[in-house]
Design a protein around this ligand. Structure first.
Ligand code: PNS
Length: 162
């Protein structure tokens, strides 16, 4: 049985992430989507459990997907779920340098391979960092995130006039 592990910080999960999971779900028997801490990034907007709940609701339509949220090394998750490969989306060349480094580190640590899925061009500008900023200042992110994430962002900033 082939198992893809799709990791990310997903803070928040957006339509570009969703597209990568949907495509992975057509290529592998099952997909485990893992929300993890990225120690390179500042304090997250949503805690891991909230992110997991939003992601679960956003991916109810994909039968062969499970979602986990963990604060460990990615290679430990890969071993625990018996992943055949880590799968990540690539939006642009600018993603490649850090993704290559992580892929090489993860392979050195555990032997697990990383496969990249090029994001569709209409999602290539979507980034969680930008969505957090747009939502914080009251912008409309409804075209870029699944409904449950939109609701969570609205609830977070309801009444804020920053
Ligand atoms: O969505 P992101 O922020 O690009 O995802 C990065 C993530 C969360 C996959 C990466 O930071 C990660 O693997 N974190 C878990 C800790 C870990 O294994 N670090 C070593 C990476 S080589």
């Amino acid at each position: 049985m082939s198992i893809a592990l799709v990791p990310g910080s997903f803070d928040p999960f957006h339509n570009g992430h969703l597209e990568v999971v949907e495509r992975a779900a057509r290529l592998f028997d099952s997909v485990v989507v893992a929300a993890l801490r990225n120690p390179q990034k500042s304090e997250p907007m949503f805690d891991l459990e909230d992110r997991k709940a939003m992601m679960a609701e956003s991916m109810e339509h994909i039968e062969n997907v499970t979602i986990v949220s963990v604060s460990t090394l990615l290679v430990d998750v890969a071993r625990d779920v018996n992943a055949s490969a880590i799968v990540k989306g690539l939006r642009a060349v600018s993603d490649f340098e850090s993704e290559l480094q992580m892929a090489q580190m993860n392979r050195s640590l555990s032997g697990v391979e990383t496969l990249f899925i090029p994001t569709s061009s209409h999602y290539s500008f979507i980034a969680s960092r930008l969505l957090r900023e747009v939502a914080r200042y009251g912008g409309d992110v409804s075209h870029f995130v699944p409904g449950p994430v939109q609701k969570a962002l609205e609830a977070k900033f309801a009444g804020d006039a920053q």
